[in-house]
Design a protein around this ligand. Structure first.
Ligand code: RVP
Length: 501
């Protein structure tokens, strides 16, 4: 006979946190959001930790290299999407690892023989007014000069004039040498009143440009997440089909952590993938697995060697797995049960396995709720898809800007490996939709706002860290009428109704 759960399957929306005593030192500035990503033994520390408990989804519409750079600079981590060729994914990983805060690879370059018209066109195309002049017109060619808007005057210009005639030639440039630290580069920028400092190697080849504005930006990233060589951290998705080729390529490109991307992680394909990785590389390669929604799924992946475990089947904003297949569980119920299993496992084995709550976060406070319920970090797709840094197009619909956001199981992404049950190599039916999300601007401002709200909630809970929150949180179910009480009610909202009054 089938097993019946006594409790219904619940979502985050059905719970609230109660305030605890807030001591005077429990203020936002004292809240520590550091959290483990990979498993560790009692008394030790996780080898991989986040400075803020947010990671971006393994999705085409969310996690490319620009998202990964922006998120790592703000303390979180992206998992570069796996539904692309091994080479393309490895290239994205490598771009993140090569990113040096403040050191920009010049993407507007000309040759000395090019004309002013080429400079003007390039400026229009790239939006950059600082253009490097290299012997071959590439970003790493021999640096021969620089062109900025002060080198020519559009109103009186002869568009056929050669770049070499009006550029600032190399002998007049202040340059930095290979290996220069950002702070030293910045000293040169200030001492010589520059806006941009080119950095060159021994053969005078252009390596990077350092801009005055970027240094200031860099200083404004106190949460930046980097490795011991000061390179940003980046994760990458893998699947249970081509891991013997994909994993080596991703590791070679510099991926710091991997995660199996699947809608159902309670499978032997996942344990095979984990075994292969651990047998091949031992414990030095870190890999998360999932997704699961119960104790049995957790124990299966824990025993199979997962370094962290992802929870969630069907809560995603674009996910229709529950409608299509009748498979899934309310995200709160799933997390509560899995967190309990994780805590029991920790007591029994002395090994703490971090949990990632994946999908279904709609309001910022629900991140804190997920953490209070036992998650160590959350994965979000819709949230990050709204930002400038996501890989999708920004469009105008009616009078609003939106960004595209499509599911991995949609016809657009056709990520059949995510739903693989060992059969055909194709997506037989959709498990996700293609959609728009409201455009929200730059990641940094939005993440800052979210973090401020989260810290505020944690102060109300009297918790200065995520482990303390998990210990202390008091959580209550809410009735549908009390949900109504939680929003503005029984008043006439001005912004919507002023005209009618
Ligand atoms: P959300 O943040 O609610 O947009 O959810 C994002 C999550 O949805 C992803 O991290 C992934 O687990 C899940 N997803 C992605 N594609 C699909 C699908 O096609 N059903 N689901």
């Amino acid at each position: 006979m089938a097993f019946y759960y006594a409790e219904p399957s619940r979502t985050f929306n059905e719970f609230l946190l109660l305030p605890n005593l807030t001591k005077k030192d429990c203020v936002p500035d004292n809240i520590n959001l550091m959290t483990p990503v990979t498993k560790y033994k009692q008394g030790e520390e996780s080898e991989l930790r986040l400075n803020i408990p947010l990671v971006s989804s393994i999705m085409q519409a969310v996690s490319n290299d620009s998202m990964a750079v922006a998120l790592a600079r703000n303390g979180g981590l992206s998992f570069i999407f796996v539904s692309q060729s091994i080479e393309a994914q490895a290239e994205m990983v490598s771009k993140v690892k090569k990113f040096k805060a403040g050191f920009v690879v010049s993407d507007a370059n000309v040759r000395p023989e090019d004309s002013l018209i080429d400079v003007v066109k390039l400026k229009e195309q790239t939006g950059h007014s600082t253009i490097a002049v290299t012997d071959d017109g590439t970003s790493h060619g021999r640096l021969l000069g620089m062109v900025t808007s002060s080198d020519y005057r559009i109103s009186r210009a002869d568009y056929s004039q050669k770049v070499k005639e009006f550029m600032t030639p190399f002998h007049k440039l202040v340059v930095g040498k290979e290996g220069i630290a950002l702070s030293e580069a910045n000293d040169l920028v200030w001492a010589h009143k520059l806006n941009c400092l080119p950095v060159i190697d021994k053969e005078q080849r252009l390596l990077h440009l350092v801009f005055r504005k970027d240094y200031e930006l860099h200083k404004a990233n106190p949460y930046e997440l980097s490795d011991d060589k000061k390179r940003l951290l980046v994760g990458a998705g893998i699947n249970t089909r081509d891991y013997t080729e994909r994993v080596p390529a991703l590791l070679k490109a510099g991926a710091d952590v991997l995660c199996i991307d699947s809608s159902d992680g309670f499978t032997e394909w996942q344990s095979d993938t984990l075994s292969w990785i651990k047998n091949t590389y031992g414990e030095k390669v870190k890999v998360g697995a999932g997704n699961i929604v119960d104790k049995e799924g957790f124990l299966f992946l824990a025993e199979a060697g997962a370094d962290f475990i992802k929870v969630g089947v069907g809560p995603g904003s674009i996910c229709i797995t529950r409608e299509q297949k009748g498979i899934g569980r309310g995200q709160a119920s799933a997390l509560i049960e899995v967190a309990q299993a994780r805590n029991e496992y920790f007591i029994k084995t002395g090994v703490y396995i971090p949990l990632c709550s994946d999908g279904g976060i709609v309001h910022d406070y629900q991140i804190v709720l997920a953490l209070a319920m036992g998650a160590d970090f959350v994965m979000m797709g819709r949230y990050f898809a709204r930002f400038d840094e996501s890989p999708t197009k920004k469009l105008m619909i009616g009078s609003n800007f939106v960004k595209e956001y499509w599911a991995e199981g949609s016809n657009k992404a056709r990520n059949w490996q995510r739903y693989d049950l060992g059969g055909n190599k194709e997506l037989e039916f959709e498990e996700g939709v293609d959609s728009y999300v409201p455009y929200a601007g730059a990641l940094k401002e939005n993440v800052n706002l979210t973090i401020n709200k989260m810290k505020s909630t944690m102060c109300n809970c009297g918790a200065k860290s995520i482990p303390e929150l998990q210990q202390k949180a008091r959580i209550t179910l809410v009735s549908s009428t009390s949900i109504r009480e939680g929003g503005a009610h029984d008043v006439i909202l001005k912004e919507n109704n002023l005209k009618e009054i």
